[in-house]
Design a protein around this ligand. Structure first.
Ligand code: ATP
Ligand code: MG
Length: 407
């Protein structure tokens, strides 16, 4: 079936007035951003619906992309006929549409709405004309008014006659960008991409902060974090990725801090830097992928000691999820396979065999005096690198190509 557009119904639109306008404008912007790789597509974000005009593009990959965008309740592929299409035109298109979905024994109904009062047939005329034609041409199909298997809608509007029969569930949530801005501490692990997904689901635009420690961590580890970010752009568009050089900090901590406190102080340095970046970018909180009880740094006692370095909210969308629940989401959002690729993260190097699960705040502060907190932070913050990551970017494969050329 050659569809002409995808019609999108807005999600959770409880807000009115200006908020509603912002919601619609932001969703339009996100959808446009996500669909840039398709040539010639037009996105019209109107008051009641958003229309994605295909201009010759195949509907299937476009619908796959739309299905992931937050802020969409449902969507339908639509065939648009001209506003004075004849009953015969409508009948033929309707039959083709139903035939595409029809399985033996299914029922259908035709629901016509007419905004264009000048159209020569009323809703009854269209319903009957099309319904009768379908009955005559598909053997065994029956009409059912209540909960039919196929509900073919004919919308007779001033701009054209629109036919649709499929309604597909969208990703729900709020359009990314309508819920304020935050930063996300993104490692290469399983958890933080899932946490980012959940922050984005509630409309928060997240900037990724990634700490890396060359030469202890590889270029692939960095590329992997960028590719995880690329996966996450599917839900709301382009994302800023901020690399923080962390080698010197880790080396100093390793040299000057007792082993039991390495991890705690390392985490405090990370959070201090993340908080500084957050404020600098006018964001309002730091998201992490922590969940209670998973590892030593993720006890409530440990969180308190790490959290002490900032008054910004540190938001932990996965706090109460079990690992199996997190993995399930990671698979759903297609980050899992990337996350389990075995490149060393900066937190796994220099980790002592038994970090303190209940670090003492006074001792932490005392041991932290062994390092130059301000100087190290300044150096890291002066050497940030920001990359805009777009839908479809692929850093790991790009690297493979470079290596292949060298060989
Ligand atoms: P993840 O699966 O997200 O890596 P984890 O279970 O491995 O989490 P930790 O290694 O203790 O747990 O990390 C806890 C959180 O700290 C991560 O979810 C992430 O938010 C942040 N974090 C860890 N390493 C980094 C890093 N290299 N860059 C940025 N943030 C990090
Ligand atoms: Mg990790």
């Amino acid at each position: 079936m050659k569809y002409s557009e995808i019609m999108v119904r807005y999600g959770e639109l409880s807000t009115k007035g200006k908020n509603r306008r912002d919601f619609i404008r932001q969703l339009g912007k996100n959808v446009r951003d996500i669909l840039t790789e398709f040539e010639g597509i037009e996105v019209l974000a109107q008051r009641d619906r958003l229309h994605v005009i295909l201009n010759g593009n195949d509907a299937t990959p476009v619908m796959d992309a739309i299905g992931k965008v937050f802020g969409i309740e449902t969507y339908s592929p639509v065939v648009r006929l001209s506003k004075d299409a004849t009953l015969e035109d409508i009948q033929k298109t309707a039959l083709e549409m139903i035939n595409e979905q029809y399985e033996e024994g299914q029922t259908f109904k035709i629901t016509t709405k007419r905004q264009n009062k000048d159209y020569p047939l009323n809703t009854y005329g269209v319903d009957n004309g099309v319904g009768g034609y379908v009955l005559d041409n598909i053997e065994g199909i029956n009409v059912q008014m209540k909960q039919p298997d196929i509900d073919l809608r004919v919308d007779v509007r001033l701009t054209g006659i629109y036919l649709s029969s499929l309604t597909i569930q969208g990703a729900l949530g709020l359009p990314v960008g309508t819920g304020g801005r935050g930063t996300m501490m993104l490692s290469g692990g399983i958890d933080s991409p899932v946490a980012a997904y959940m922050a984005m689901k509630r409309g928060v635009k997240v900037d990724m902060i990634h700490f890396f420690s060359p030469p202890y961590t590889s270029q692939q580890a960095l590329a992997k974090a960028k590719d995880l970010t690329a996966k996450l752009t599917a839900f709301g568009g382009t994302i800023d990725f901020i690399e923080v050089p962390f080698t010197k900090i880790q080396e100093d901590i390793k040299e000057k801090v007792p082993e039991g406190y390495l991890m705690t102080i390392q985490r405090r340095m990370m959070l201090r830097i993340a908080a500084a970046i957050t404020l600098d970018r006018h964001c309002n909180g730091v998201f992490t992928g922590e969940s209670l009880g998973q590892v030593a740094s993720q006890t409530i006692e440990s969180m308190r000691v790490i959290n002490e370095v900032t008054s910004l909210p540190v938001l932990r969308p996965l706090l109460s999820l079990d690992k199996t629940e997190i993995i399930k989401i990671a698979r759903k959002i297609d980050t899992y396979d990337l996350s389990i690729m075995p490149f060393e993260d900066c937190c796994t190097i220099f980790t002592p065999p038994s970090p303190k699960t209940k670090p003492d705040l006074d001792k932490t502060i005392k041991f932290e005096k062994n390092i130059d907190v301000e100087g190290l932070m300044k150096m890291a913050l002066e050497n940030l690198k920001v990359t805009k990551i777009h839908v479809g970017d692929d850093y790991l494969n790009a690297q493979k190509d470079v290596f292949a050329e060298l060989l």
